[in-house]
Design a protein around this ligand. Structure first.
Ligand code: PLP
Length: 225
């Protein structure tokens, strides 16, 4: 059976130049993560605050931890300063809290704004319209300790590849619109789209950061409570 490092190598070789891989290591063992690490992988994605902190403490310090799960506000303070980027900022309220907590901790937090384009209502995120209003109104201007680095999105979980493509394209054109509205935005250049089943569609639509879990590590063990 292929190891995580071998699967990563295979995936890397198929991706267009300039596309980053975030290896989604949620619920995976330290050994599996270390295998990928030894293969050169440095960006890993976690969806729970406690799990990220535990792994961060034990694993090599040059790993960049991407937080990709829904942030519960009561756990936010523990996350600040430990995630290299929070990809899953899904409301303006959370953004304000991140700014306040980052200021308090004396750090700058990098974030992506999560856009909801999937048909499923279970997914989190800003609607495209909310984001247009947010940037049109330049409401990011008062943020002091938060750097918005781009957008993150998940497509509908479906076999309908045209639907997936339509959703990813919507996010890519929203990014273009935002940059047109706010040409002075600095470092707004990450488009995080694509998971194990749809990353090739995502990169063809302009994604430059894919979040891949099971295609690297195999099926996830069931999380313990
Ligand atoms: C779990 C997860 C992934 C990875 O999913 P796979 O299908 O295992 O690649 C990507 N993004 C987010 C936000 C996730 O929660």
């Amino acid at each position: 059976m292929a190891t995580a490092a071998q699967r990563l190598e295979e995936i890397r070789s198929t991706l267009p130049a300039g596309v980053d891989i975030v290896a989604v290591s949620k619920f995976q063992t330290l050994d599996a993560i270390l295998d990928a690490y030894r293969g050169g992988q440095r960006k890993f994605g976690e969806s729970r605050v406690g799990e990220l902190l535990e792994k961060e403490e034990i694993l090599p310090k040059d790993i960049e931890w991407h937080f990709i799960g829904h942030v519960q506000t009561n756990k936010l303070r523990r996350l600040i300063g430990h995630a290299s980027i929070i990809e899953s900022v899904d409301s303006e309220r959370l953004l304000e809290l991140i700014d306040r907590e980052s200021l308090r901790a004396g750090v700058t937090t990098r974030v992506l704004l999560q856009v909801h384009v999937a048909r499923e209502e279970t997914k989190f995120g800003f609607s495209p319209e909310e984001l247009r209003e947010y940037f049109q109104g330049r409401r990011f201007e008062h943020l002091k300790a938060t750097h918005i680095c781009g957008l993150m999105a998940m497509a509908t979980n479906t076999d309908d590849t045209e639907e997936i493509e339509r959703e990813f394209k919507e996010v890519a054109s929203l990014r273009d619109e935002i940059l047109e509205m706010c040409p002075d935005l600095r470092g707004f250049d990450v488009l995080s789209m694509g998971m194990s089943d749809d990353y090739t569609i995502a990169t063809s639509c302009g994604s430059n950061s894919v979040r891949i879990g099971s295609a690297i590590f195999g099926n996830r063990p069931t999380p313990s409570k």
